[in-house]
Design a protein around this ligand. Structure first.
Ligand code: G1P
Length: 272
């Protein structure tokens, strides 16, 4: 299945990254040599998308415009149509995705959260596209108990293959005591456009926000959602320790800086 359009919600305020995000939006925090949002766009393009809708708040919109357009095309992205859509008020991730409705129209679309970056060679979107047969696919990973309060968690149904499971429902950040399984939503989704009709009728959920996880739950209840269990975790650049880890992993594999950085790290280890 070739998915031509992707949505990247990038309007988050980055409270876990204060004070770095007091002025710089979290999507523009640099990781090695480019902002997190650029990794997300590049990942979508590697998976075959040639149109990327960025959901931005008014402040991020100006920066996105300068980064992706005014400074000239970025290598590898010159043929990609990048469309910013402004989310005027922050009503949650589900609300952010709903603002992309007009730009996406009647097409299936990837949804990629810019907080999470795949490890080199660890893309999950192609496996999700392979699992897609006219129903939405959400990417899952088995979580250890302490993560169950930080992620959406699904209610699994029948397993179709070793890595594809029917989703019967989902709960946003249930915590270990209430989690229906250990299968967490890791910020990579492939949605059919019927998601928008569900989102527009959702009441506020966890934290008083319109939650994407609640819409996934409704898709699951209607038998219209599969889960794809990835054997990869993603690098989480939405918190300081995760950003350090991501910078190290991506720095070590950087074609230009990797070797020198590795030598530097080896020297540091010797000092310990
Ligand atoms: C969001 C989603 C959550 C998902 C997580 C993945 O939460 O609401 O369901 O598991 O992304 O990173 P956030 O990290 O924005 O709090």
């Amino acid at each position: 299945m070739n998915v031509e359009v992707a949505v990247v919600p990038a309007a988050g305020r980055g409270t876990r990254m204060r004070p770095a995000t007091r002025v710089v939006p979290k999507a523009f925090i640099p990781v090695v040599d480019r902002p997190a949002i650029q990794y997300a766009v590049e990942e979508c393009v590697r998976a075959g998308a040639h149109e990327v809708v960025l959901i931005v708040d008014p402040g991020v919109g100006v920066l996105a415009e300068r980064h992706f357009w005014e400074e000239g095309p970025l290598p590898g992205l010159s043929d990609v149509k990048i469309t910013p859509v402004v989310q005027e008020v922050p009503h949650g991730l589900g609300h952010a995705v709903l603002t992309a409705r007009q730009a996406v129209a009647d097409r299936p679309f990837f949804c990629v959260l810019a907080d999470n970056i795949p490890r080199p060679g660890g893309d999950v979107l192609p496996g999700m596209a392979d699992a897609f047969h006219d129903t939405s696919v959400v990417c899952l990973r088995r979580l250890t108990p302490e993560f169950l309060e930080r992620y959406g968690v699904i209610i699994p149904g029948t397993w179709r293959t070793e890595e594809v499971v029917e989703v019967q429902g989902a709960v946003e950040k249930p915590g270990a005591a209430h989690a229906p399984s250990d299968l967490g939503l890791i910020g990579r989704y492939l949605f059919t456009p019927d998601l928008f009709g569900i989102l527009e009728n959702l009441p506020p959920g966890y934290g008083g926000e319109i939650q994407l996880t609640d819409a996934i739950s409704k898709l699951g209840e209607a038998g219209r959602c599969l889960g794809y269990v990835a054997d990869q975790d993603l690098l989480d650049v939405g918190n300081p320790l995760g950003l350090l880890e991501a910078s190290t992993v991506l720095g070590l594999s950087h074609p230009e800086w990797g070797a020198e950085y590795e030598a530097y790290l080896a020297g540091l280890v010797d000092l310990l």
